[in-house]
Design a protein around this ligand. Structure first.
Ligand code: GDP
Length: 419
């Protein structure tokens, strides 16, 4: 039986409706609890209650049945705030120089894998060279390929920098094959004739294997030449990434001493993949001595490959021959130069070809790097320059991105044009 006293009634009149249950149950438990409740209510009257205005169990009164044992999960909490971090530069616990060095140290990039790069980048080729590829295919697929069409085909080839000789030869071969084979698989005929013109028989591998032997370790040495602005320094940087992706130890040599920014630029490329760069801090220093030091560093460090960037700003042919001749001779004191890559800007067309001729006279070119093929519809330059110099295109630049340099392959190239 519940016993209700006058004190109980007094307390009951001050309770909110949902407090009543607690009160009634508490009454059943006896007077001490009831007194606690009354004291709690009085405290509430004096402003001792929770922020929400309700008495807090365990704080304002002893908790009873129906009270929460602990703070409910859905109680509003403090918002997440951004607190100011302590100024690490001002910290006395860390050495300031050490900290600067740590903050400045670049985290190393992981270059893209090399296998399949041309396939990955072929959309860029297809976009800029769709006249050469799909344009030709459309012309050849006409119901009636008449004389006017053949002339259009010839013009398309010449417009893509194929050169008159190779263009006429290709037209003749297409004409006779399609005459013999009929209007069958035009695409297959065009593909095979373009592949033939690009010449899959060239050895396009890069000589980047170090030379084992009885004597001191000798890295493979690659000299990179070409006129200013063709993308030489960028190509050396990208090539370093290609080689790092193939697990090779590389040393860079910044022998373009005419342009301080070139050494700076090359060092940045090297730093990104953890490759050391040998450079001179004196503008106009002797490029041959920088190249010599770079190869020596490669020997001392046991590197697999040394890549040497050179200056392109030379007055005339005599100057070029003297410079490159000396550079090569000095480097050869360590052993033969394995690869001389000529970098050509694919967008410069005939101008690029005459540059190529001058360089080929100055030094024995072993491979061509065609840069900026992403920005030109003149993919035919691949065929022309190979014919002109008799050396293969080994690498192509297809963008300004760090991994936009790809090993060249005749079939993938033609497939990209016809895609
Ligand atoms: P260098 O004077 O021959 O050493 O030329 P740089 O390496 O300084 O390059 C000149 C410019 O060509 C830079 O803006 C490069 O980003 C750009 N470049 C180099 N290769 C390519 C390429 O394959 N595609 C495009 N679109 N730009 C390139």
């Amino acid at each position: 039986m519940l016993q209700t006293t006058s004190a109980d009634l007094l307390a009951l009149s001050a309770l909110a409706p949902d407090d009543v249950t607690g009160y009634v149950v508490a009454g059943a438990l006896g007077v001490p609890i009831l007194l606690g409740l009354v004291v709690g209510l009085l405290r509430r009257g004096r402003g001792g209650s929770s922020a929400g205005g309700r008495p807090r169990p365990g704080v304002d009164y002893r908790p009873g049945v129906g009270d929460d044992a602990e703070e409910p999960r859905d109680t509003p909490r403090r918002e997440v705030e951004t607190l100011p971090l302590p100024d690490v530069h001002g910290s006395t616990a860390v050495d300031a120089d050490e900290l600067e060095e740590l903050l400045a140290r670049p985290s190393l990039d992981t270059p893209d894998p090399v296998a399949g790069r041309l396939v990955r980048l072929r959309a860029r080729l297809a976009r800029s060279n769709n006249v050469l590829g799909k344009g030709l295919l459309t012309l050849l697929s006409r119901d009636d390929v008449d004389e006017a069409t053949w002339e259009e085909i010839e013009d398309t080839l010449i417009g893509a920098d194929l050169g008159t000789g190779p263009a006429l030869e290709l037209v003749e071969r297409l004409r006779s094959r399609l005459a013999v084979e009929g209007g069958g698989d035009v695409r297959a005929v065009l593909r095979s004739e373009l592949v033939r013109a690009v010449d899959p028989s060239f050895d396009r591998s890069l000589a980047v294997t170090p030379h084992p032997g009885q004597g001191p370790h000798r890295p493979a040495v690659v000299l990179v030449v070409g006129v200013n602005g063709v993308g030489k320094t960028t190509t050396v940087g990208k090539l370093a990434r290609v080689l790092v992706a193939q697990d090779k130890d590389v040393v860079l040599g910044a022998a373009d001493t005419f342009r301080a920014a070139a050494a700076e630029q090359l060092t940045t490329w090297g730093d990104r993949v953890g490759v050391p760069t040998v450079r001179s801090h004196t503008e106009g220093a002797d490029p041959a001595s920088v190249a010599f030091d770079a190869v020596k560093a490669g020997v001392d460090l046991g590197a697999d490959v040394v890549l040497v960037d050179t200056a392109g700003r030379l007055q005339n042919k005599r100057d070029l021959m003297d410079q490159l001749g000396k550079l090569k001779r000095v480097m050869e004191r360590h052993g033969p130069v394995d690869e001389v890559l000529l970098v050509l800007d694919a967008t410069t067309g005939q101008n690029g070809l005459s540059q190529a001729r001058v360089f080929a006279e100055a030094v024995d070119i072993t491979g061509i790097v065609l840069t900026k093929l992403d920005g030109t519809a003149k993919g035919g330059i691949v065929i022309t320059v190979q014919r002109e110099l008799g050396v293969p295109v080994k690498l192509v630049g297809l963008g300004e991105g760090a991994d936009d340099l790809a090993p060249f392959d005749a079939e993938t190239f033609v497939d990209a044009l016809l895609d």
